[in-house]
Structure formats: structure tokens, C-alpha cells
Design a binder for this molecule. Sequence first.
Ligand code: MG
Length: 265
Amino acid sequence: MKTILLATLAMLTVVGTSTAKSPKTQTNVIAHRGYWKTSGSHENSIASIKKAVEHKMYGAEFDVWLTADNVPVVYHNSKTANGILIQNTTLADLRAKADKLPNGEVIPTLDEYLTAWNHGSTKLICEIKRHRDDQRNRDIVHEIIKVMNAHNVGADEAQYITFGRTSIEELLKADVPQEIIYLNGDMTPQELKDWGVDGFDYSYKVLDQHPEWIQEARELGLSSNVWTIDDPALMQKYIDLGVDYITTDDPILLLELLKKSKKKK
Ligand code: MG
């Protein structure tokens, strides 16, 4: 009897362990601001999305601002290199006055960026920047959706990421088919789930304090992404933690590490 009881307990322990630990999924590479650490490219440029597709990156992250005349453009900082505040400037003025990107391109519109992407296998990780007020944080969501729809971007071809709670609320209201991901690092996976978003994309500085959030997210059906990691030891740490995505400025290095990790398994 004792033996049977022990055997049953052992079996329960095995079952318990296997359900508590979901199977590890493959970590995927997100090229931060596209693939730009290569000749002829620059962050958030047309070349950066083309090269991300060429090199079969899983995803390419990029940043979107709304011009004063409601055109979404792809650029990181709020101001151009020569100090023009994008959200206060029309596209025509931006084209006339802004410095070119170091690779010779002009700041691309989202429409131009999506044309260059051309439904390549690389997923679009679209960061919606925080604008000066709630109205503009809502406006940008709708202008981006218009462009995405004009290009027939599918549910699995893109995800939206943002630090801005107003933009998240607007994406939820618009019921976009793509994933909605929160960047700000101040909510637990359960809070995100209750809010209705699909996952987090948090700084490694946040996740270093809460590595358990990766597993918690998986158990809740949320995705996990960590930014921005260029150090191989830190990349390996997050591969081992089973994060879904690592966002990096060095996607080739991460691809190599992932290949090695796969071989070891
Ligand atoms: Mg960004």
C-alpha cells in the first residue's frame, strides 16, 4: 500500500512539474530600429527594413510619429537631427527642411516604409511614440491603422508597441487584429491580461528584477519581449529564461547565439 501511495505521489509530482513548466519556445530576434548595423543602412530607414527582410529577421522594430498634417512618419527622436519638432511640422516642411538620414535617405513615411517591406516575412514591430497630449495620442493610432489597412497588413504580420496608456486604450477600442504590447515596465502580467493587452516588451532592467514575469506571461497566454540587449551574456541569460523575443541592435550576433543554443539542446 505504502509503495502504491509513493508511486502515485511520484507520478503526481511528475505531472505537476510538467504542467507548471510549459514547453520552452524558441526565442526570436527583433532588430531594434530595423537592421542598420550594416553598410548603406541607418536606423528606421527604408534600407533598415529591406535588410531586416533580406536577412530573415523575425521582426523589425521601428518608431512612428505623426506630423502636424496627420502623416505617420518613421523616426526615433521627437526632433530631427537639425532640431525640427516632427509633431509640429507638416510633411512638406519636414521634407523641405529636415536633414537627410546619414545613409542619404529622407525620413520615410509609414506608407513608404510598408511599401519597402512589401509583406516580407519579417514581422513589423510598430512603436507608437508618445505625443504632446491625449488627442494626438489617439489621432496617431487611427492614422497608423489607416495606413496599415491600406497595405492589408495581416493580424500576424505586425504588432503595436507603446509606452503610452492612451494609445493602448485607443488600440483596444479600435479592436485591431494585431497584438497590442505594453512597453512601460510598470505592470505585472496579470494586470496586463486584465487590461486586455497581449503581452509586454520590457527593459532588461525591469525583467532582471522580475524574471518570473516571463513564465507568468506564458501561463497567461501573453507574449514576452525584452529590450534592448547587445551583450552576449545577457542575450544568453534571456534565451535560457525562455523569453519569446529579444530586441537588439546586434541581430546577427543574437542569431548566432540562438543557433548555438539550439545545437546544445
Ligand atoms: Mg522604439
